[in-house]
Design a protein around this ligand. Structure first.
Ligand code: CU
Length: 117
């Protein structure tokens, strides 16, 4: 009987994990400095197929995501963000993409970082 309960528990946990795939929640680090960066980062995330919600916090540099894990993953989302010029922990933006952002958003520049403090 105990074994049966254990099996049921494992099955239940497994089922719950599968059910959550549709609404996977994850927070990743994304570099940026201002409200314009916020709009750019969130837009790039939301435009990624499978992403349901994306909220970036300028203070903590954290991007809170809700996405369908069957359709996309963190790597894909990170690539989309890097493509519009923002570094993520996993994927760095190319210099070309980085230089395409508004001059006040050049977050790798120390002077710009100071400006936004
Ligand atoms: Cu900005």
């Amino acid at each position: 009987m105990k074994n049966l309960i254990a099996i049921l528990m494992i099955a239940l946990v497994g089922f719950t994990a599968t059910a959550q795939d549709k609404n996977a929640k994850e927070t990743i680090e994304v570099d940026g400095v201002c409200g314009m960066c916020k709009v750019r980062i969130e837009k790039a995330s939301i435009k990624t197929k499978g992403v349901k919600s994306a909220v970036w916090n300028v203070e903590t540099k954290e991007l809170s995501l809700i996405y369908d894990a069957r359709k996309t993953d963190i790597k894909t989302i990170s690539e989309k963000i890097a493509a519009v010029g923002h570094d993520t922990k996993e994927i760095k933006a190319t210099d070309e993409a980085y230089n395409s952002v508004h001059p006040c958003c050049l977050y790798r520049d120390e002077a710009v970082q100071k400006d936004h403090e």
